[in-house]
Ligand binder design. Structure first.
Ligand SMILES: [Zn+2]
Length: 499
């Protein structure tokens, strides 16, 4: 039950990211929006419900710029996986899902994110063999029931992973190739028809769950398919999200297929624009960065999954110097392996230190924290609504407990949020003026009931996908060998992954 109306939050310290300070401030909230911020004793109407924030540090909700809701039931799956091994495992990780699974997996991810201080995410959600209105509505309901805002993008393609990498299919034996037929996606035109239906029938409130489109990876989509996605998005005013140059095999295969970089190819297709967010973007050269900047395209930086999959370290300093807006994401829990944005920030800070011996080139904590809030909000297309605590912005507020060891002693809020905090000090979380987590307890859902359901469904799915898993494990070595071959080819960009 939503309790709208006015609230006045008193007694807290309000984070000022840039000055590394947190002066005492009161906040007046009307319905879902902050309308005034002022020194302690801020005048408030009599009907404003008082909220005590004494001993708490107030910060904007973190915004997860790139995740996959379908991954939450598969955290901890796999160990020494490259991106290509993960994509090979996709059918058994995500197969056999019914509507309840699609709901549960997003609910679970939403709760994970809230528990660790996020209030919104960009979810590239996958359904096989093509997206469905029911499936996406179930995913959106999962996030809504958790209490998290979502930009929900059906993740689509018209080529399977095996068809996407030039030469890979031919490297697989004829018998196995036949078996892989069952993982063929729906024809592109069917998928596009499904997307158009979803777009026309979408009925969620724009403040809760908005739609976007995610043609997943350039190599996995024919040019016609990419162009159709671009046009549907343009006509319906939607955002677009795409994985770009995530791994070296992708970058090398891009040159092989297109005769140019993946980014140059997208530019030539006139796909890039201010409504586009590209994820990972590890293997970009300066010309690629210039291309993205020229079109106002944002980047979602996922340092955790880039490390986990051995994809490399993205050139974030160069991107920022080139004028790109960069947000931070966790990526899916099947390759991250959780949804903790504090860890994503910490890794973003740390990996920037291995790209240069010059400390001036490293990301400063205020840059990282701005990326994970305002930067990610921009990547979601919601930069005017979330990602900052200021009048006119949504009341998406994280309350950190200053008595927690992470803040004892309390020396520097910006540095401690990025380098010390791990989610442990998250006491309460407000989304749109409503507490979704209060004093450590979810306000939206019975977490014990969810725990039981998730455990049962994950076990059933593992069982249901056992045969698929056995088949895919058999070809993992062939896929691995082929893609390592690509990864060892020369490519004119460095990313600290050695041959
Ligand atoms: Zn991803």
């Amino acid at each position: 039950m939503k309790q709208l109306g006015r609230k006045v939050i008193r007694g807290g310290l309000l984070l000022d990211i840039a000055s590394h300070s947190a002066p005492p401030r009161d906040l007046l909230v009307d319905d879902d929006t902050i309308i005034e911020i002022g020194p302690p004793g801020l005048a408030a109407p009599d009907d404003a419900q008082p909220i005590d924030a004494a001993g708490q540090l107030l910060m904007p909700g973190l915004v997860n710029a790139h995740t996959h809701g379908h991954g939450n039931l598969m955290k901890g799956a796999g160990d020494r996986w490259t991106l290509e091994a993960l994509l090979n495992a996709g059918p058994h990780l995500n197969g056999g899902r019914v509507l309840e699974d699609k709901y549960l997996t997003c609910l679970l991810g939403g709760l994970d994110m809230i528990r660790s201080g996020a209030t919104a995410c960009y979810d590239l959600f996958y359904e096989f063999p093509l997206p469905s209105l029911d499936g996406l509505m179930a995913a959106a309901r999962g996030y809504r029931d958790a209490g998290l805002r979502v930009m929900l993008a059906p993740m689509i393609a018209d080529r399977s992973f095996y068809e996407a990498i030039p030469g890979l299919l031919e490297a697989i034996s004829a018998d196995t190739r036949k078996e892989l037929e069952r993982f063929r996606l729906a024809p592109g035109r069917e998928t596009l028809r499904a997307v158009e239906r979803i777009v026309s029938k979408w009925s969620f409130a724009r403040t809760e769950a908005r739609l976007a489109l995610a043609p997943t990876i350039p190599l996995h989509c024919s040019d016609d398919f990419i162009l159709a996605c671009r046009d549907i998005a343009r006509d319906a005013g939607l955002g677009l999200h795409m994985h770009l140059a995530e791994s070296k095999p992708q970058a090398v295969a891009g040159i092989r297929r297109y005769g140019k970089t993946l980014t140059a190819h997208l530019e030539e297709l006139e796909f890039l624009g201010p409504n586009v967010t590209v994820a990972h973007s590890v293997w970009l050269d300066d010309a690629d960065i210039g291309r993205l900047a020229n079109h106002g395209t944002a980047v979602a930086h996922n340092p955790g999954s880039n490390l986990r999959l051995g994809s490399g370290v993205a050139p974030i300093r160069r991107m920022r110097d080139g004028g790109l807006v960069v947000g931070i994401g966790t990526d899916g829990a099947h390759c991250a392996d959780h949804q903790n944005m504090f860890e994503a920030m910490r890794l973003a800070s740390f990996v920037s230190r291995v790209r240069s011996v010059d400390a001036e080139e490293w990301l400063a904590t205020e840059e990282v924290l701005t990326m994970a809030t305002a930067g990610s909000a921009h990547a979601l297309g919601l930069g005017d609504h979330i990602g900052r605590l200021a009048p006119g912005f949504k009341a998406d507020i994280v309350f950190l407990d200053l008595a927690h060891p992470n803040f004892l002693p309390f020396n520097d809020p910006t540095n401690q949020i990025v380098h010390t905090e791990n989610g442990g000090a998250v006491d309460s979380v407000m989304v749109g003026g409503q507490f979704v987590l209060h004093r450590g307890r979810f306000q939206t859902i019975d977490i014990d009931a969810i725990r039981r359901k998730v455990t049962t469904r994950a076990m059933e799915l593992r069982e249901r996908n056992r045969e698929t898993r056995d088949l895919l494990q058999q070809i993992e070595e062939v896929v691995g060998r082929f893609c390592i071959g690509l990864a060892r080819e020369p490519y004119p960009v460095q990313s600290l992954v050695s041959d």
